[in-house]
Design a protein around this ligand. Structure first.
Ligand code: TYM
Length: 337
């Protein structure tokens, strides 16, 4: 069997980028024969950028409800909260001790933060926590604890998975005694969907405030968000270039091959952006309206979500606890009493 694993940080409302880049491909992968899947709510990661407990709680519920509404079979997959698996933080320490500091210096979230500080004439490390700096080690622990082979993610996470491979290799070399303690994971990305653009054409991201929420705000919210997608100023009747337009990329993430080519041809023939937006809303609605109803139902019953997550945590720990014991032994620590 092959293991597939992925997580989402619980700091905001799920958006189309999370759905198209991670949740939808992960659910599809989990249905393949011979696949064992592990999907989780990354709430330890959330603490890195969020110090509002209520927001983390809310986001955790919303993201959990999204996975279930999206069709995840929670009996077959192992679906859990990262913070219910304390083995994760212990493995983080074991990996921290083999991870080169220079590797972390190159992590793009950290680099972006120091570059911004430098550009502003401040101390490069101003306001940067150790959590942000060593974020990729925690993520490596998530992946390696379950010996995942495949990690479906958007492009922004690929570097972190390569770093996890690095740490796995180093650990295997130091402590494996010729055995592969850790599987070397690989990122699984869909080239076309790996970076879904947001309202302003940059990557759709909570931090850019340019997202189209998946469910929040209902169909009215979806219409309003789509209305704000930036387009060029060509008028109805003027031919438009579909390649590279954010609206078209978002459209294509939900469209069949036939729908795509029809949409592109109509734009080239002068379809107005206003009408194109109406078609986009209708297309997304077709896909997510049924999910939205299930989502609303789940959000009204948080106790059902809690039950699923507790069941998932127990399943995950059945794998994590014995494996961590093996790793402790490999590095020379005593079994836990
Ligand atoms: P996060 O919460 O920022 O994003 C969750 C997933 O959504 C993908 N994504 C996108 N894909 C395409 N286009 C976009 N505009 C877009 N925006 C977000 C992300 O690539 C990601 O796959 N560190 C991770 C969470 C994490 C994790 C892990 C992932 C923690 N441990 C272990 C995989 C394995 C994060 O913050 O993702």
């Amino acid at each position: 069997t092959e293991r597939v694993l992925t997580g989402i940080t619980t700091t905001g409302t799920p958006h189309l980028g999370n759905y198209v880049g991670a949740i939808r491909p992960a659910i599809e992968a989990s249905r393949q024969p011979g696949v064992e899947s592990f999907f989780f709510l990354a709430d330890y990661h959330a603490l890195i950028k969020c110090d509002e407990p209520a927001r983390i709680e809310r986001s955790r519920l919303e993201i959990a409800a999204t996975w279930i509404a999206g069709g995840l079979d929670t009996d077959r997959a192992t679906f859990y909260r990262q913070s219910d698996i304390p083995e994760t933080t212990e493995l983080t320490w074991l990996l921290t001790c083999v991870c080169a500091k220079g590797l972390m210096n190159r992590a793009h979230a950290y680099k972006a933060a120091t570059d911004a500080n430098t550009a502003a004439g401040e101390d490069p490390d101003a306001g940067i926590t150790m959590g942000l700096f060593s974020y990729p080690v925690l993520m490596a622990a998530d992946i390696l604890l379950f010996n995942a082979h495949r990690v479906p993610v958007g492009r922004d996470q690929v570097q972190h998975i390569e770093m996890a491979r690095d740490m796995a290799q180093r650990f295997n070399h130091l402590f494996g005694q010729g055995r592969e303690l850790f599987v070397l994971p690989r990122a699984e990305i869909d080239e076309e969907l790996a970076t879904l653009p947001g309202l302003d054409g940059r990557k759709m991201s909570k931090s850019y405030d340019n997202t189209v929420p998946l469910f929040e705000g209902g169909s009215k919210g979806l219409k309003e968000a789509v209305a704000r997608i930036v387009t060029d100023s060509r008028l109805p009747g003027e031919p438009k270039e579909p390649e590279g337009a954010a609206l078209v990329t978002i459209h294509d993430a939900f469209a069949s091959a036939a729908q795509r080519s029809a949409f592109h041809a109509d734009l080239r023939a002068g379809l107005g952006w206003g009408e194109a937006k109406q078609r986009l809303v209708a297309l997304i609605e077709d896909h997510i309206a049924p999910l939205r109803a299930r989502y609303a139902d789940l959000m009204a019953h948080p106790e059902r979500i809690e039950e699923v997550l507790q069941h998932g945590a127990a399943k995950a720990r059945k794998v994590a606890t014995p494996f961590l014991a093996e790793l402790r032994h490999a590095v020379g620590l005593r079994p836990m009493v």
